[in-house]
Design a protein around this ligand. Structure first.
Ligand code: PLP
Length: 376
């Protein structure tokens, strides 16, 4: 089936008891067992929940994966993912991943003996030369937040296969509508469903998706054993949201292109970063491995004063962390999402104090442009 058809139907059948079209919110912590050792496949709410299962099947279909495993947040999913590893294992990570991922890896999981190399994965040579004897995983985010740097997913999976590693792609920024990492041979996909997948800024959630049976079995075990599961209501909200993922993503992209073009043509920002711009250094790779360019635009205004003028005076954009909702957000990565990344680390990859990140929503784009224009 096509993406929109799957988005609306996959994982969801009318409720067998009433015929209710929409999957109910199964608010229950336990299930009746008919007799000793005999039940309907549902024992306890952490272990199984029908609303959660519907969401897992739905997102798995959109990612063309055999399985989805849902979590209470993107970081809960990341934490569970890292439980595939053990003390002494080494992980190669894209050097400008989501700030919370950096914090979890570097400040928490190093205490449990995991070792990391932070490399610019946009150059595959860096990845190959970072491999050491105990390397077990390559974790990439593409495009990255907020620099929108791409990593060649096919190249990564070739390196991973040669060296018998696990490949992971954080696909939050593109959503399955614009990018399916499994198509390029990636083993496990990670999503913060908080962002585009839910898209309405009213739920926090995470998802892992894979077609590898061994990783699936282990991750399913970890989901239950460590317990970071989402509530049935949050699952229902996200399930409701995926029905419109395709139409939302199309509009996000249409607006982002118009907004980025305006910033470039008027010289409003010193530098505009958007994978859909011909000037983006990886525009060709973007066209090859993604089906679109998404809704995130970063702009360097050249000075902190100018950046502040925009950040503090916009009215339609809201100054807030997060991204991917229908409403446009603006953020200052250096002091907000990436405050936990040391200044020297940040500036190495261009995340300056004058950089502003726009999550372009689906309002009328003319209003978004006028909003930024009015601040300067
Ligand atoms: C937000 C985000 C996360 C973390 O997800 P939460 O749902 O906030 O825990 C991970 N990766 C990316 C790219 C994100 O934007």
């Amino acid at each position: 089936m096509g993406f929109s058809t799957d988005a609306i139907h996959a994982g969801q059948n009318p409720d067998p008891t009433t015929g209710a079209l929409i999957t109910p919110v199964y608010l229950t912590s336990t299930y009746e067992q008919e007799e000793l050792g005999k039940h309907k496949g549902y024992e306890y709410g952490r272990t199984q929940n029908p609303t959660r299962e519907a969401l897992e099947k739905n997102i798995a279909a959109l990612e063309k994966a055999n399985h989805g495993i849902a979590f209470a947040s993107g970081l809960a999913a990341t934490h569970a993912l890292m439980s595939l590893l053990k003390a002494g294992d080494h992980v190669i990570v894209s050097n400008n991943v989501y700030g919370g991922t950096y914090r979890l890896f570097e400040q928490n999981l190093t205490d449990f003996g995991l070792l990391y190399s932070w490399v610019d994965t946009s150059n595959l040579k860096n990845v190959e030369s970072a491999i050491i004897e105990n390397t077990k995983m390559i974790f990439v985010e593409t495009p990255t937040n907020p620099m929108l740097v791409l990593t060649d997913l096919k190249g990564i999976s070739e390196i991973v296969k040669k060296n018998n590693l696990i490949s992971v792609c954080d696909n939050t920024f593109m959503s399955p509508y614009f990018q399916n990492p499994l198509d390029w041979g990636i083993d496990i996909i990670l999503h913060s469903t908080t962002k585009y997948i839910n898209g309405h800024s009213d739920a926090v959630g995470g998802m892992l998706a894979t077609s590898n049976e061994e990783y699936y079995e282990r991750l399913r075990y970890i989901q239950n054993a460590s317990g970071g599961v989402p509530s049935p209501f949050d699952c229902w909200l996200v399930l409701r949201a995926t029905k419109t993922l395709a139409v939302r993503m199309k509009q996000h992209q249409e607006n982002a292109i118009a907004f980025a073009d305006w910033l470039v043509k008027t010289g409003t920002a010193k530098k505009v970063i958007y994978p859909g711009l011909k000037e983006h250094p990886q525009h060709e790779l973007a066209k090859k491995q993604m089906r679109g360019f998404g809704g995130m635009v970063s702009a360097d205004f050249g000075s902190i004063d100018k950046a502040k003028m925009v950040l503090n005076n916009v009215k339609v954009f809201t100054l807030a962390e997060s991204l991917g909702g229908v409403e446009s957000l603006i953020c200052h990565p250096a002091s907000m999402t990436h405050a936990s990344v040391p200044k020297e680390e940040r500036e190495k990859f261009g995340l300056t104090n004058s950089l502003v990140r726009f999550s372009v929503g689906i309002e009328d784009v003319g209003d978004l442009i006028a909003d930024v224009k009015s601040t300067l």
